[in-house]
Design a protein around this ligand. Structure first.
Ligand SMILES: Cc1cc2nc3c(=O)[nH]c(=O)nc-3n(C[C@H](O)[C@H](O)[C@H](O)COP(=O)(O)OP(=O)(O)OC[C@H]3O[C@@H](n4cnc5c(N)ncnc54)[C@H](O)[C@@H]3O)c2cc1C
Ligand code: FES
Ligand code: FES
Length: 473
């Protein structure tokens, strides 16, 4: 359909339910949390479709212009024959309340297309990840996870991708610019749009900005969406660093970082839930600058930099800012109004004077999935035998910005990494910060956690076997 007359800040859910009267997609929280509003969006990549589960409540409708869309009403055949996902849910008694079930169905449909339709089976972990953005408060998740793992037993309903890919290519060729929702495809186009319309709301995945519409009741009469800029969709690997473009989603970014540092894999899985990680970007997390943002403690500990871009006097300007100099105050940064965060540059692991890198990344939140940190602590150590040659510690949830624990680092650098040093460092880190009391945790608990997480880093880095929450089935 043509979105020409749809306001730039109309959400996809409102477009579906209120404008088009398509009520299969439900509204639960309108905050990206519950998954009731999940739909599946596909884009053509070469001659294939790439499917993503999306929270329609926080996604501007224009963000999916030129993509294919499925809601829960689109899965059964016209004669009523259920899709394998629906059949499996029925067989496993996984069809529960009418609010959440359509969302569960759509998350499973995206999973089905990524796995079963490609000849792969689904294990419990993959199912749990795919469902991590869907909340249920009634009878529980077990039958739904079981349905996910058994979907491959069902047959039929292959999607004929060819005609959809051709239709999407035709749409791309005839796409027209929208006056108040810009979707530039080049870097120059993005920076010029930013320079021309400094008052416009820049968005990437809209997993923060979407809530300003639905929870903050803000209006956004002008939006610049950077996710179609091809140069920013790439992850580039160089011998000494990885450059992650601002349009790369969180899941792909964490996967890329985990290739060098496997501990980032499970840490990344604690970030929000699957749909938010599929839409939200690392760039958006950093630019938004929440003191409880999860990627920043990691990027601080790894010594990352951001590349800021602007269009001035007819040409592109860029500058690098180290992450530990980026934030200037609560949700404030060195990024100027005409600048866009283009890339995040993360050094790859290297040994300093024969001292290999050790990394520990910890997030404590009330729920395992789909929740924001009470405290986040990331420790990078370079150990030469039992001596700490260098250390870098990133923290979240304990100050007005994500911040390095510089005093604690100083208490550790050059010392033998034994229990006495640890105890001094635990005291140092508890004194270094004055966290807030809020609904996520008390100040005392946060301070205590800092020390305990440091102890965990000591235990793990010195070879103790510790129980990890992520490993418990
Ligand atoms: C249910 C739910 C769970 C969440 N869980 C977590 C969590 O566990 N941990 C966590 O840290 N966060 C969490 N978040 C917050 C959010 O998902 C992240 O902050 C995400 O990384 C934001 O990225 P985005 O692309 O969606 O940004 P957007 O919402 O599009 O933008 C956010 C802000 O950043 C600016 N911005 C975005 N990209 C750029 C750029 N390239 N240059 C300049 N400015 C830019 C925008 O102008 C806007 O001000 C959660 C959100 C939801 C809805
Ligand atoms: S309505 Fe709850 S995630 Fe959208
Ligand atoms: S399925 Fe809706 S609360 Fe459980």
């Amino acid at each position: 359909m043509n979105l020409g007359n749809v306001p730039p800040d109309r959400t996809l859910l409102d477009l579906l339910r209120e404008d088009l009267r398509l009520s299969a997609t439900k509204e639960g929280c309108a905050a990206g949390d519950c998954g009731a509003c999940t739909v599946v969006v596909a884009e053509a990549v070469g001659d294939q479709l790439q499917y993503r589960a999306v929270n329609s409540c926080i996604k501007p409708a224009h963000a999916i212009d030129g993509r294919a869309l499925w809601t829960a009403a689109d899965l059964a055949k016209p004669d009523g024959e259920l899709h394998p996902v629906q059949r499996s849910l029925v067989d496993c008694h996984g069809s529960q309340c009418g609010f959440c079930t359509p969302g569960f169905v759509m998350s499973l449909f995206a999973l089905y297309q990524r796995t079963v339709a490609q000849g792969q089976s689904v294990d419990t972990h993959t199912a749990q990840q795919a469902l991590s953005g869907n909340l249920c408060r009634c009878t529980g998740y077990r039958p739904i996870v079981q349905a996910a793992c058994q979907m491959q037993a069902q047959t039929g309903h292959a999607i004929q991708e060819g005609p959809i890919v051709s239709a999407l290519q035709d749409l791309k060729a005839t796409a027209q610019a929208h006056p108040t929702y810009s979707r530039p495809t080049t870097l120059t186009g993005l920076l010029q749009a930013r320079a021309r319309k400094p008052q416009a709301q820049l968005i990437a995945g809209a997993t923060d900005a979407g809530l300003w519409l639905t929870q903050g009741l803000r209006s956004m009469p002008n939006i610049i969406d950077l996710t179609r800029v091809e140069a920013l969709q790439k992850i580039e690997r160089y011998p000494k660093h990885i450059a992650i473009g601002a349009a790369v989603n969180l899941q792909d970014a964490f996967d890329a970082l985990a290739q060098d540092r496997p501990v980032i894999g499970p840490f990344g899985e604690r970030f929000a839930g699957w749909p938010v990680r599929q839409s939200g970007t690392l760039g958006g997390n950093v630019a938004n600058g929440s003191p409880i943002g999860d990627s920043m403690p990691l990027l601080l500990a790894l010594g990352a930099q951001v590349v800021l871009l602007a269009w001035r006097k007819g040409r592109m300007h860029h500058r690098h800012v180290p992450m530990d100099q980026f934030y200037t105050g609560y949700r404030q940064s060195r990024m100027r109004p005409d600048e866009v965060l283009g890339w995040i540059v993360v050094p790859r692991p290297h040994s300093k004077k024969s001292a290999p890198e050790w990394l520990g990344a910890y997030k404590v939140s009330k729920r395992i999935e789909d929740d924001i940190s009470a405290v986040c602590l990331v420790v990078q150590l370079h150990l030469n035998g039992d001596r700490i040659l260098d250390v870098c510690i990133g923290t979240g949830g304990v100050a007005a910005t994500p911040v390095r624990a510089l005093q604690t680092e100083a208490a550790l650098r050059g010392k033998v990494w034994n229990e006495a040093t640890l105890e001094q460092a635990q005291m140092a880190i508890r004194q270094e910060f004055s966290p807030l009391d809020d609904l996520r945790a008390s100040a005392a608990y946060r301070r205590n956690l800092l020390g305990q997480l440091l102890r965990r880093a000591w235990l793990e880095s010195t070879g103790s076997t510790v129980v990890r929450l992520e490993d418990l089935s």
